[in-house]
Design a protein around this ligand. Structure first.
Ligand code: 4UW
Length: 545
């Protein structure tokens, strides 16, 4: 910590990053993947069927799909391709091929509603949509954007007519060489959605440099801290790849290390346990609700104990974790190295990672700042930079921080290259970071982001709703749940259930409003800003729904 500058620098030695401005993610990734050494070693495996892809398969499929996209759909530098895909071994191939073709991939929750998909199409104007079969019925009629259905498994024969166009794209490939896509490190590579510190959810533009940085400073760096060779590691991809946490690991970073990624189509605790056992999974990145689910499964299994002996490391992030849950988990799975990590969409998942040595175990901290990254802890009232031990807003600076938002400049979140995280945090004198609370409005339901403003916009459309404000309530299962304070039209007999059903029809399942409270007025500041804190505090005084 430099008291003069008020800046915390990473305690790790800097990691060299590629300088070539013409480099893009996919060539970089494959330059890091020792293909010749072990072309047939397993990279991706489908948890349900066991179907697998090798390093050589990945290279061939990404390259031929990239050529196919350029030839058939004129996918070019700067064009956007929308991915509405659940986890599958095809997801990383689709994502990487879009980038290798020079285009920009935008991902979204595959359980999104039609309205949400239509919104995204309006905002990002994709030239092509890659979707799973389950999503076809939800896709709005696209002006000028064809839809190609992507199968879960690429190894199966293309018996199904619906997937013929996708297989035709793969077939149009030209060997293992990637197309010469005229993009470099400063060009956009992906648009992921996040609400930042306020307002509606918006597109976070990540460049090839951001993604290359993520690979080097987060995934490769973390694995290099351990003595185990990375190619012996088997990861369970239980988290969704449309979100930055799953995307950075399973669809990008880990592939460059030659580790095996076992992909679950959708999380289910029983299936996760049997996949861990069957494929001897060693690494399990998760969110706090999955820890709770594993603990419950263990309690139910009783003396028969869960067959999780292969696990070496479990890491948790994306949402706060209670000390109690950490202790219960460590007691239940003593052979597992447990760490927390912290990241954001706006920082390409790069932030902090825990590291336990035999001498030093620090489970409550989210870990040490990633190499090459800087931080400040800023006092809210004064804007002063605070020293170790003092709590303030965490700001981040470094090559992983996004280029900006797609639709608005949101000057609040980014200031002079500093990303205001909206999180309350402090460092200890050894450089370990602790998250103490959240200043921003974002709600985290099972680690998924919900922007209250998105739900408010849906709710105010209801003809019997006069005013509304959404905030969160703590929940043992999900961490937090969205809760709506609603002012009804006078004389309206609208019920809580009707309000919840109205929202549920229009949003992804994780965004559903799970509690409704009718009020006479929404408390607002003189400037008209909703006083969410006041509403949240009022929850403690309410004992009726
Ligand atoms: N404790 C408390 C945490 C924590 C947290 C995040 O949806 P986003 O934009 O992004 C994420 C990314 C999570 C992540 C990425 C890479 C990684 O190694 C890792 O560690 C395991 C996690 O969730 O939400 C960002 C917001 O989520 C909260 C915090 O409010 C942050 O601004 N958050 N991690 N460990 N809160």
């Amino acid at each position: 910590y430099s008291a003069a500058a008020g800046v915390y620098s990473s305690t790790h030695a800097p990691v060299p990053l590629p300088a070539d401005p013409g480099l893009s993610l996919v060539p970089h990734l494959f330059s890091r993947l020792p293909l010749d050494a072990a072309p047939h070693s397993l990279l991706l495996r489908d948890a349900a069927t066991g179907a697998s892809l090798t390093r050589a398969d990945l290279r061939r499929l990404v390259s031929s799909l990239a050529h196919g996209l350029r030839q058939t759909h004129r996918v070019r530098a700067g064009a956007v391709v929308l991915l509405v895909l659940p986890n599958s071994i095809a997801f990383p191939i689709a994502f990487l091929a879009v980038l290798a073709a020079g285009a920009v991939a935008t991902t979204m929750n595959p359980y999104s509603s039609s309205a949400e998909i239509a919104d995204r199409v309006r905002e990002t104007r994709p030239c092509l949509v890659l979707a799973s079969r389950d999503n076809v019925s939800k896709l709005p009629p696209f002006a000028g954007a064809p839809v190609v259905l992507v199968p879960h498994l690429l190894t199966a024969a293309p018996a199904d007519e619906q997937f013929a166009p996708f297989h035709a794209l793969l077939g149009s490939g030209a060997g293992d060489e990637f197309p010469s896509a005229e993009v470099g490190q400063d060009d956009a590579a992906a648009v992921l959605y996040s609400s930042g510190t306020s307002g509606r959810s918006k597109g976070v533009v990540l460049t090839h440099r951001n993604l290359i940085t993520m690979v080097e400073l987060f995934v490769r760096f973390e694995v290099s801290q351990y003595a185990r060779p990375a190619c012996d590691n088997v990861y369970l991809a239980a988290l969704p790849m449309f979100h930055v946490y799953g995307l950075s690991l399973f669809a990008v970073g880990l592939l460059s290390l030659g580790s095996t990624v076992v992909v679950m189509n959708r999380f289910d605790v029983g299936e996760a346990v049997s996949a861990i056992h069957r494929y001897k999974v060693t690494h399990l990145p998760l969110v706090p609700p999955i820890m709770t689910a594993l603990l419950r499964a263990k309690a139910t299994a009783g003396a028969g104990a869960l067959p999780l002996g292969s696990l070496v490391q479990v890491s948790s992030g994306a949402a706060p974790l209670s000390g109690r849950l950490i202790q219960d988990f460590i007691k239940a799975f003593p052979h597992v190295d447990f760490i927390q990590g912290y990241g954001m969409t706006e920082s390409t998942a790069v932030g902090t990672r825990g590291f336990n040595s035999s001498k030093h175990k620090n489970y409550a901290s989210v870990g040490l700042l990633a190499p090459n990254m800087h931080a400040k802890i800023v006092e809210l009232e004064t804007g002063f930079c605070l020293p170790p031990g003092s709590c303030g807003e965490l700001w981040l600076h470094g090559p992983a921080v996004m280029k900006g938002y797609l639709t608005d400049e949101d000057v609040c979140t980014r200031k002079d290259g500093w990303l205001r995280t909206g999180d309350l945090a402090y460092f200890d004198s050894d450089g370990y970071l602790y998250i103490a609370g959240r200043l921003k409005d974002t709600i985290k339901y099972k680690g998924f982001q919900i922007a209250p403003a998105d739900l408010e916009e849906v709710l105010v459309q209801h003809p019997e709703v006069v005013d509304v404000a959404v905030t969160s309530a703590e929940d043992e299962e999900a961490g937090e749940i969205p809760i709506a304070f609603v002012v009804r039209k006078s004389g309206s007999t609208l019920t809580c259930v009707q309000v919840m059903e109205y929202v549920a029809k229009q949003v992804s399942p994780h965004k559903k409003v799970r509690r409704v409270i009718f009020v006479n007025a929404i408390p607002k500041s003189a400037a008209g800003k909703v006083l969410r804190r006041l509403l949240k505090d009022s929850l403690h005084h309410l004992d009726v729904d």
